[in-house]
Design a protein around this ligand. Structure first.
Ligand SMILES: Nc1ncnc2c1ncn2[C@@H]1O[C@H](COP(=O)(O)OP(=O)(O)O)[C@@H](O)[C@H]1O
Ligand SMILES: [Mg+2]
Length: 215
């Protein structure tokens, strides 16, 4: 993560991999995301990892959009600097909303439900997200948008779907006071959005939770 310093337009990010900066592209509000070299990795290997993640992010942003999910439109990609410039999605991240005491509980409940429905749609479209935390989801005011898909897969296995659901549950535990009720609401939305194998995926998430707990 790049630490924000006052006066710059760097956005704090959870990943240690990228710097994320507010920018413009042909006058449009944009975000520039650059995967910076990591000194602890051998140089060639480091470049390979950064390039692969950049490519995967670009590919999955497009694929997810084809599956009917709102994702930022990619304006430009530069493999030399490992950066991409994409549309800046207006709105607030779910982490931001869920930790704001001013946001009414009913709004939180609806967003949680929407998140479930949107993930269900992504999974029915045969894509896993790979890093589904609240800071990788934006509420635009009318719909959920997904960001940061570089850890996702276009050929997911049951385990990948289960991990997506499990990560959401873990994230709720850190963000929401009544995380159990929120996760139930999320799963109701998920089953609406996921037209294929929703029950099977939920069962796998339970199994993963058990494994994590007893490992
Ligand atoms: N296209 C975008 N539109 C709006 N905000 C964005 C966009 N991309 C990133 N952000 C903001 O920047 C933060 C970090 O970006 P992200 O792609 O998640 O990077 P990282 O891989 O470092 O987590 C997000 O949590 C979000 O607040
Ligand atoms: Mg992120």
């Amino acid at each position: 993560m790049e630490v924000t310093s006052p006066g710059t337009d760097t956005i704090p990010s959870d990943g240690a991999e990228a710097t994320v900066i507010r920018d413009t592209y042909l006058g449009l509000p944009a975000i520039r995301k650059t995967r910076v070299p990591k000194g602890y990795r051998a140089e060639a290997f480091d470049l390979k990892i950064r390039t692969e993640r950049l490519r995967m992010e670009v590919r999955l942003l497009r694929e997810a959009r084809r599956a009917g999910i709102h994702t930022p439109f990619v304006f430009d990609v530069d493999e030399v600097s490992c950066s991409l410039v994409m549309e800046r999605v207006p709105g607030r991240t779910l982490t931001d909303l869920f930790t704001d005491p001013e946001v009414p509980a009913e709004d939180v409940r609806q967003r949680v439900h929407d998140l479930g429905r949107t993930l269900g749609k992504l999974h029915s479209g045969g894509i896993s997200h790979g890093d589904l935390t609240g800071s990788n989801v934006v509420w635009t005011g009318s719909e959920i948008a997904f960001l940061d898909l570089s850890m996702g897969s276009r050929t997911p296995e049951l385990e990948d779907f289960g991990i997506d659901l499990h990560l959401v549950e873990e994230d709720f535990n850190t963000l929401l006071p009544d995380a159990d009720a929120a996760f139930e609401e999320f799963l109701r939305g998920y089953q609406e959005g996921c037209t294929k194998d929703a029950k099977r995926n939920i069962l796998r998430a339970r199994e993963i939770k058990g494994r994590v707990r007893y490992s």
